[in-house]
Ligand binder design. Structure first.
Ligand code: FEO
Length: 165
């Protein structure tokens, strides 16, 4: 049985994961309009993963006999200045999510809620992997450079990362 406060926090995280999914889906649309098919596919895959993160939380809350609540979420931005601007925003967002997962973990530990601590461990690992993967994307963008045909090679490189996952 989860505490009321823990259910509220997990439900907030459900909304954050939904927002992440919408954010990356919207970003994929921006990439698509720029002809960046590799980036668009990478971001669509990210959006699907975020939806899976949301469902994982939803299922956990339900399994503990509490009520998962899907709240309202704000609309994501639609315009980005460049590929590096977009992926820097992804990294900033993921860092924010990592902070939220860490706060959740702190609360679960303070409450001696071992079940939730165990459940959240998957998210801790996932955040580490996601931050690492997006940092790799940013490194590629900076190494190749966005001038001239750089954009074409960046798009290929990011599309290639998707195939390796
Ligand atoms: Fe579900 Fe990328 O955090």
């Amino acid at each position: 049985m989860l505490s009321k406060s823990m259910v509220g926090k997990l439900n907030n995280q459900i909304d954050l994961e939904s927002f992440s999914s919408n954010l990356y889906l919207q970003m994929s649309a921006w990439a698509g309009t720029k002809g960046l098919e590799g980036c668009a596919a990478f971001l669509r895959a990210q959006a699907k993963e975020e939806l899976a993160h949301m469902h994982r939380l939803f299922k956990y809350v339900q399994e503990t006999g509490s009520l998962p609540v899907v709240g309202s979420i704000e609309a994501p931005p639609t315009e980005f200045n460049s590929i590096s601007d977009l992926f820097q925003q992804v990294l900033n967002h993921e860092k924010k999510i990592t902070g939220k997962i860490n706060e959740l973990m702190d609360s679960a530990q303070q409450e001696n809620d071992h079940s939730t601590v165990h459940f959240l461990q998957w998210y801790v690992s996932e955040q580490h992997e996601e931050e690492h993967s997006i940092q790799q994307v940013l490194d590629k963008i900076h190494n190749i450079g966005e001038s001239g045909s750089g954009v074409y090679f960046i798009d290929r490189a990011i599309g290639g990362m998707l195939r390796k996952r």
